[in-house]
Design a protein around this ligand. Structure first.
Ligand SMILES: [Zn+2]
Length: 70
């Protein structure tokens, strides 16, 4: 199976529960920001709203985003 050796994904599924429904939310990378989205109820929130719930998956994702900016 082919796997990309560079770049980073545009979105990632986290283990962070949605504030509205409790489903695991997705972090999506936009041009200059990361948004939190819930595939279950459609909740959309800025990253800041979930900053205190951050898990390892999201942290790694954010590091990749920041690397990409260089
Ligand atoms: Zn939700």
């Amino acid at each position: 199976m082919w796997t990309p050796s560079f770049g980073s994904p545009r979105h990632v599924e986290t283990t962070i529960p949605c504030h509205q429904c409790g489903h695991a939310v997705t972090a999506r990378r936009l041009c200059r920001e990361v948004r939190i989205e819930c595939p279950e109820c459609g909740e959309k929130a800025p990253l800041e709203a979930y900053a205190q719930d951050m898990d390892d998956i999201l942290e790694e994702f954010l590091q990749a985003v920041f690397c990409d900016r260089m």
